[in-house]
Design a protein. Structure first.
Length: 553
């Protein structure tokens, strides 16, 4: 259980505080029963410690204002006579709150104690406790469960030979819990638990089947960067980025339940990392490392060699073709696209909007390729010159519409698809309308991705001032340098491969497309938090925006 301080109350701004600098306040209560709704506190014990040193103790009996059940008296030894002259809890609370301060509250089954304190605070018109909370029972279940028959405080104190033994009295139990806390912190250090954030996460990760490998995360910094999971041979299994390297990598042992995580952690033997100055640098380095290493457990960024392009063929009567290897042949290319299926969907959208020929026959002007038009032409779906019925000039006007739609005016292709979609919906042919919508959405997405990349390529050298005081320099969309105030610019490309410009033909290689998409996405997210210092070209497009056509829009 973790609680954060309310606004205006001091808290740990950096949860990565080393444990030897954290102040803990161990609390134990004795009560008249088990429910905070209708029972009251009879005794409070608290011990304040830091770095293994006791800073002070607090102990007081409390008049519950009600009878103490005989069973509770037998258990705790606290009688009504003992508490008759004791202060009421409303009187004790100010001293307790001052003693606790902003320390991390610790207890064995601490939820029980906190519920009684919160109830007393609410009845006194005070806010609930907002301190961070650590439960030694939850920690014990993760760290020593195999050594003891159960995780009761008395059992743990006996089996682990703690200096103090619980007696069902508040201060004795608080002292025993303090001993237990120190022992558990020693055990946790073997799992790389060195900071407060590590300790708060431990109850959820200590029981992980690969928890022993947490030691590999002990040296990870709490800074933005890129991490690399490696197997026993040193081969990269997975590459990722994080704003907090330590927290992100350790989360794989707790909150990340994706199917591939278990097998990956079983193979993982070490974790490498590269600290970055900004999230942009981390994102770009992640993309470059994935493209270079092709880690087995990465899906995104590893398939660029399988990307395809949609090509308007360079021949007298052009048609659309899906190709894997673009050439410098002067033909227009759209892409890269992640799969041939998506490329075919985009081609279907274009062919539905403009009657391009769909047959693959070689056609020369004045020389028909067959005796009769192909099937799509006979159905009126395409303008096919294969039977000699279409002139080169007439077909050229169709091709010009496609080129205009792919470059300057997407509405040339998208508006006929919208009109078709509306007509089908009006005729209650909803499944067909959905098919047209999916094709139009695929085309709009492909055009939008290419436009964003082309904007970056045209921007030239761009220098950005980041909100945290750092700066980055982009060169036609690729990250070249990153530095902090007072530093010299540091080359981000040297050790991670060349950053050559794209081919002059206009098509964009797959690995470069991944990096440009990464930079474009970062600029979209952080546009309001960066300042443009210099730009050779322009980061804005003079073309009209391409409206989304996703399902449900």
């Amino acid at each position: 259980m973790v609680r954060r301080a309310t606004p205006g109350q001091r808290c740990f701004d950096d949860l990565g505080t080393p444990l030897h600098e954290v102040t803990f306040c161990v609390i134990d209560l004795e009560t008249t029963g088990g429910s905070a709704a209708d029972c009251a506190i009879t005794e409070i014990g608290a011990v304040k410690v830091r770095a293994g040193e006791c800073l002070g103790t607090l102990h007081t009996l409390v008049n519950p204002g009600t009878a103490i059940p005989p069973a509770i008296t037998v258990l705790t030894g606290i009688t009504e006579t003992m508490v008759a002259r004791a202060p009421r809890v409303e009187t004790v609370l100010p001293a307790l709150l001052e003693f606790v301060g902003d320390a991390v509250i610790v207890g064995h089954n601490i939820r029980f104690d906190v519920s009684f304190l919160d109830a007393a605070l609410v009845r006194s018109d005070r806010p609930r406790l907002a301190n961070l909370v650590v439960d030694t029972c939850a920690l014990a279940r993760r760290l020593v469960r195999e050594e003891v028959p159960d995780c009761r405080l008395g059992t743990l104190a006996s089996r682990l030979r703690l200096a103090h033994r619980p007696t069902h009295r508040a201060l004795d139990d608080a002292l025993a819990t303090t001993d237990l806390l120190h022992l558990l912190l020693e055990r946790a250090a073997g799992l790389g638990v060195l900071g407060l954030d590590d300790l708060l996460e431990l109850p959820s990760i200590g029981g992980h089947p690969q928890a022993a490998k947490l030691r590999a995360t002990a040296t990870l910094p709490r800074a933005p960067g890129v991490y690399i999971f490696r197997d026993r041979t040193g081969r990269a299994l997975y590459v990722g980025k994080a704003t907090n390297l330590r927290s992100r990598v350790r989360s794989y042992f707790s909150t990340d339940d994706r199917r591939k995580i278990g097998p990956m952690l079983r193979e993982m033997q070490s974790v490498d990392h590269i600290v970055c100055r900004s999230t942009l640098e981390a994102s770009v380095l992640e993309a470059r490392l994935i493209a270079r290493m092709l880690p087995r457990y990465n899906r995104r960024g590893t398939r660029w060699k399988k990307y395809v392009y949609l090509k308007l063929t360079a021949e007298p009567f052009p048609r659309l073709a899906v190709v894997r290897s673009p050439r410098d042949d002067g033909a227009p290319y759209l892409g890269p696209l992640p799969s041939a299926r998506l490329a075919r969907l985009v081609a279907d959208a274009i062919e539905s909007a403009v009657p391009l020929r769909r047959c693959t026959a070689r056609v020369q002007p004045g020389r028909p390729g067959r005796d009769a038009p192909c099937a799509p032409a006979q159905l009126g779906a395409s303008l096919c010159p294969c039977a000699g019925g279409v002139s080169e000039a007439e077909y050229g006007a169709v091709v010009a519409r496609v080129v205009r739609g792919l470059t300057a005016d997407p509405e040339t292709l998208l508006e006929p698809l919208r009109a078709r979609m509306r007509a089908l919906a009006a005729a209650e042919r909803f499944e067909e309308a959905a098919d047209v919508r999916d094709r139009a959405s695929a085309l709009a997405g492909a055009l939008n991705r290419r436009r964003r990349m082309e904007q970056l390529l045209r921007s030239g050298r761009v220098e950005l001032d980041l909100a945290d005081g750092g700066r980055v320099e982009l060169d036609r969309g690729r990250l070249r340098c990153a530095w902090a105030d007072g530093e010299l610019p540091l080359d981000c490309a040297g050790a991670l491969g060349p950053t050559d410009p794209p081919p002059a033909s206009g098509w964009i290689p797959g690995d470069l497309a991944d990096e440009l998409a990464c930079v474009a996405s970062w600029l979209d997210s952080y546009a309001t938090r960066v300042r443009l210092v210099h730009c050779d070209g322009s980061l804005a497009s003079p073309l009209p925006a391409i409206p989304p056509l996703a399902p449900g829009r």
